[in-house]
Design a protein around this ligand. Structure first.
Ligand code: ADP
Ligand code: MG
Length: 246
């Protein structure tokens, strides 16, 4: 397993939209803080994949992004690293044991396996810092999930239904939300999560798109995804396509 860089070195990359920032060639160029750089090295990442080279500077520039790249191309770190970098730089520690948590980032993926992978990656990258990722999905008891969230949570990872549930119970407030990530957007549509995604984005207290940074990731780019991107992302969002996108 792992990344086969040989097959990526001459892959076609297309960025459309106005004024995209230049790509980075190395993680060093991303000017990440020391703990994050250390955790990246410990993960065995030596150089960024194409979706990371282009995606990291776009997200760090504060732009909304719709990114399409095949499965296994490193999309998780493409959004986690710039988000974690900003939260670490700003040093926002999660408030512990409060009645309600107000995460700075919410990451959504369709299945417990997928969201758990993202969560584990986030925990690895956030190790030894003020950032506390928490994961919520169906199948763990609601009581346990709520206790884990209330212990402190600035990066909340979850499946759509569980996120709606925990927000609906008032355990998660949205007033500090800066990043909303919809990962595996095409699979979420295939699995019938479009109503849940729309309900989540339209949750009471959700900052309007002008006041949050929204990032969408997908392996394919059918018309329904283009419509969701137009609805959820700012008008000047960037579209990043790596490889041949269907
Ligand atoms: P995707 O979300 O695009 O399907 P993942 O983010 O799950 O891909 O990454 C696939 C695998 O590659 C994971 O095991 C991940 O840890 C690894 N990986 C990601 N980026 C790098 C990198 N820059 N160097 C080495 N391995 C990487
Ligand atoms: Mg992925």
């Amino acid at each position: 397993t792992g990344i086969n860089f040989d097959k990526y070195d001459d892959i076609l990359v297309d960025v459309s939209g106005s004024n995209p920032p230049p790509a980075i060639m190395t993680f060093v160029e991303a000017s990440l803080c020391e703990s994050l750089s250390k955790n990246i090295s410990k993960s065995g990442y030596v150089k960024p994949t194409p979706v990371q080279k282009y995606g990291i500077p776009i997200i760090m520039a504060g732009r909304d992004l719709m990114a399409c790249a095949q499965t296994g191309s490193g999309k998780t770190a493409a959004f986690l690293l710039p988000i974690l970098q900003t939260l670490m730089r700003d040093g926002v520690a999660a408030s512990q044991f409060s009645e309600q948590q107000e995460p700075e980032a919410i990451i959504v993926a369709p299945t417990r396996e997928l969201i758990n992978q993202i969560y584990l990656e986030a925990r690895k990258f956030a190790y030894g810092t003020c950032v506390r990722p928490v994961v919520v999905y169906g199948g763990i008891s609601t009581g346990y999930t709520i206790r884990e969230v209330l212990k402190g949570c600035n990066v909340l990872c979850g499946t759509p239904g569980r996120l709606l549930d925990i927000i609906g119970r008032g355990k998660v407030g949205l007033s500090k939300l800066r990043y909303l990530v919809l990962d595996e957007a095409d699979r979420m549509l295939d699995m019938g999560f479009e109503p849940d995604m729309r309900r989540l984005v339209g949750s009471p207290g959700m900052p309007p798109k002008e006041e949050r940074q929204t990032l969408m990731f997908s392996a394919t780019y059918p018309e329904e995804i283009q419509r969701l991107a137009a609805d959820f992302l700012k008008v000047d969002y960037l579209f990043l396509a790596v490889g041949v996108v269907g």
